[in-house]
Design a protein around this ligand. Structure first.
Ligand code: ZN
Length: 93
């Protein structure tokens, strides 16, 4: 699902997966793990900091324009390969 204002690190932990970051400028897809976000510092509210408040910079073009998605671990490589937006439903089994 697309990340909205009230999604935070607690939400991310529930998915047990990285944040899926889609660059709106060039279409590059990447992931950012929660532990990386925790290390960024400079952001208050700890785990309650909305995911959208962190700064994501595209590793391909340097753009900061992005869309964030949450998905479950089995879907992350599928999404990275160019299919998406990522599935929201947990995989069967
Ligand atoms: Zn980009």
């Amino acid at each position: 699902m697309q990340v909205v204002g009230n999604h935070n690190l607690h939400t991310l932990e529930a998915y047990n997966a990285p944040v899926c970051v889609l660059c709106k400028a060039c279409g590059h897809r990447g992931t950012v793990h929660g532990i990386t976000l925790r290390r960024l510092g400079g952001v208050t509210h700890g785990n309650m900091t909305p995911l959208r408040h962190y700064k994501y910079v595209c590793t391909a073009c340097g753009s900061r324009e992005h869309e964030l998605y949450l998905t479950h671990p089995p879907y992350v490589p599928i999404w990275l390969s160019g299919h998406g937006p990522p599935e929201d439903t947990p995989p069967a089994g």
